[in-house]
Write a protein that binds this ligand. Structure first.
Ligand code: HEC
Ligand code: HEC
Length: 309
């Protein structure tokens, strides 16, 4: 066994004394710590003493030394929360004064609106439309650019204010009739026209289909002669592959036989107007938002065509 401390070995190459520590033939040189390192060390020691005096530092039986500055995490949190609240009221004030158009053109207000709208959406809309607005059977997907009632800012705002087939005087009311149940068409006719409709998306239904005439007489007033839909009546486009209720011939038969009347609640008076405008902008931002004037902002009650009754 070697005694390291009395072993005064000098390294041949550097001429520096070794510590006697050796690993696989590598020897540790006994160089002093660099001067700059020592200075940093001393400064840290002095700084930490100051820190103990000014800030809470040492644990005591009653908690910890309080420090002369009176700093606590609680006061820090309070100060930060007050800052956030001040910033929010500043935005809310501006938001409150701004028109929907102003908001769309102001990036700050716009992101304020989409953030607020996203959280209000989770609270009020996600139960029916899904967390991300992707919808489900009977509940329209709000992310795509297929709209029943229109995807312009004003359209969405109106939908939110008054709902669809909701118990409000200004609600959107037009509705798909129950052709079979109400005897407007025989069961066989409903089957024929359902067969015609189920082939529209794949373009396999032509004018020579026996359902074509029925469609022109009974359905075209709302869905359009080509089945492309009409937003004035909330009548879906039947030629794309997007289905609110389902694409199978059975489901289409049910729709035509019994009718459909999806209900979207109205929110005017239930949510404050700033929240409703935030929601409007949020929904518009989801992916299908359309630019420009509303298709039917002039009068909220388009005349509903009769279904050939
Ligand atoms: C109780 C279920 C329900 C809730 C809650 C609900 N909706 Fe709806 N929403 C519907 C249904 C059903 C429709 C489709 C109505 C129809 O068939 O025309 C709809 C339609 C819509 C439309 C029109 C879509 C289009 O294609 O034109 C928008 C926009 C909309 N909802 C947004 C919202 C927002 C925003 C909220 C939250 C404030 C909300 N909805 C809450 C059921 C709901
Ligand atoms: C008075 C207007 C009106 C007439 C007439 C009408 N529809 Fe509709 N139709 C609607 C509305 C509105 C909806 C959407 C119902 C809803 O949102 O709950 C609809 C929905 C449908 C759907 C469901 C589409 C989907 O995406 O799931 C089918 C299919 C359909 N109609 C077929 C027909 C056929 C076939 C006829 C003729 C026999 C017809 N409609 C006549 C208004 C009409």
């Amino acid at each position: 066994m070697t005694d390291h401390h009395n072993h005064q070995e000098i390294d041949e190459i550097s001429g520096v004394e070794t510590t006697g520590h050796e690993w696989d033939g590598l020897k540790e040189l006994n160089n002093p710590a660099p001067r700059w390192w020592l200075w940093v060390f001393y400064v840290c020691v002095i700084w930490s003493v100051g820190y103990w005096i000014i800030y809470p530092a040492w644990p005591t039986f009653g908690g910890a030394t309080k420090g002369t500055a009176g700093w606590t995490q609680f006061t820090k949190l309070e100060r930060e929360q007050a800052e956030i609240a001040a910033r929010q009221t500043q935005y809310l004030g501006r938001f409150h004064e701004a028109s929907l158009e102003d908001i769309m053109n102001d990036p700050e207000l716009y992101s304020f609106a989409t953030a607020g709208g996203a959280s209000a959406f989770k609270d009020n809309c996600a139960t029916c439309h899904g967390t991300g607005g992707a919808g489900g059977k009977g509940y329209p997907n709000l992310n795509d650019d297929e709209w029943l009632w229109g995807g312009r800012i004003e359209d969405i705002y109106q939908t939110l204010l008054y709902g669809i087939r909701a118990p409000h005087d200004d609600t959107r009311i037009s509705q798909m009739p129950a052709f079979g149940r109400d005897g407007l068409l025989t069961r066989a006719q409903v089957m024929t026209v359902a067969d015609y409709v189920s082939g529209l998306a794949s373009a396999s239904s032509g004018n020579d289909h026996p359902g074509y005439t029925i469609f022109q007489e009974k359905c075209a007033s709302c869905h359009g002669p080509e089945g492309k839909g009409n937003r004035d009546f909330g009548a879906p486009n039947l030629t794309d592959a997007i289905w609110l209720y389902g694409e199978s011939k059975d489901v289409i038969f049910r729709t035509v036989y019994d009718g459909r009347a999806g209900v979207m609640p109205y929110w005017k008076g239930r949510l404050d107007d700033d929240t409703l405008r935030q929601l409007t902008i949020y929904v518009h931002s989801l992916g299908g938002g359309e630019a420009g004037e509303s298709v039917n902002d002039s009068d909220f009650g388009p005349t509903i065509p009769d279904a050939g009754q």
